[in-house]
Design a protein around this ligand. Structure first.
Ligand SMILES: O=C(O)COP(=O)(O)O
Ligand SMILES: [Mg+2]
Length: 230
């Protein structure tokens, strides 16, 4: 490892760093009720998140076998952005131990970044309102580039924007999308098992699974980066 290179840890946002499900659900249900549709429950939400707000709305319509024109979808995405943004930070909170884990990593010289399929403006606003935006050298959303997770370039470009090196990086995520992205980029990935996924994360064979941020130690990230370099 070159002495110049600062290692980097890149976090997914929804379901990994921040428990946003209650607010996503409220805003999705607002959109659905404005369209005369049935509201969804927290379990159903897990199948809709992971690819950003637009796909979440599309999937909710598909689940109720409702047609959705491109114009209607654009309108609903606007409605979602307005509702979700206006109620922020709502009930959303960092997962337990996340702040302490980021403190430890930063104290050991790690750069931190966020790579999320959430819209960039919403991601920056949420992290700002929660008081954590300043920790990150880059916050890249699903609309920051012309590609998004599971495209590995979303992760590698986030790392470059943060001044990091994809060869000295670890991704932390909660979904198949995150795990597939990191693997395609050749970057080790730690999966949290408390996020938003319909199948257990171990199914997707991440490098490690953790159940609490206390388990995300500097030793673990160091070991993963060293093993990836072999
Ligand atoms: O909001 C989504 O659909 C996904 O967001 P995430 O990439 O931060 O999990
Ligand atoms: Mg997620």
């Amino acid at each position: 490892m070159s002495s110049m290179t600062k290692p980097i840890v890149v976090f997914d946002l929804d379901g990994t760093l921040v428990d946003t499900a209650p607010d996503l659900l409220d805003s999705l249900n607002h959109c659905l009720s404005q369209s005369g549709m049935e509201k969804v429950d927290p379990t159903a939400l897990r199948r809709f998140v992971g690819h950003g707000g637009r796909v979440m709305i599309e999937r909710a319509f598909e689940a109720q076998k409702k047609q959705l024109s491109p114009e209607q979808l654009d309108w609903l995405v606007g409605l979602f952005l307005e509702h979700y943004g206006a109620h922020m930070p709502g009930r959303s909170e960092l997962f337990i131990g996340a702040a302490e884990a980021m403190d430890r990593l930063a104290a050991d010289g790690y750069t931190l970044a966020v790579c999320t399929n959430k819209f960039e403006t919403l991601s920056v606003k949420l992290l700002t309102e929660l008081g954590h935006a300043d920790r990150f050298a880059a916050i890249c959303g699903g609309d920051t580039f012309s590609f998004r997770k599971p495209d590995p370039r979303h992760l590698t470009e986030t790392i470059l924007r943060a001044g990091g090196d994809p060869g000295h990086a670890v991704m932390i995520g909660d979904s198949r999308t995150d795990i597939d992205t990191a693997k395609a980029a050749g970057i080790p990935v730690v999966a949290v098992d408390f996020g938003y996924t319909d199948l257990p994360v171990h199914t997707f064979e991440p490098s490690r699974v953790i159940s609490h941020f206390d388990e995300l130690t500097v030793d673990m990230t160091k070991g993963l980066i060293m093993a990836a370099a072999l």
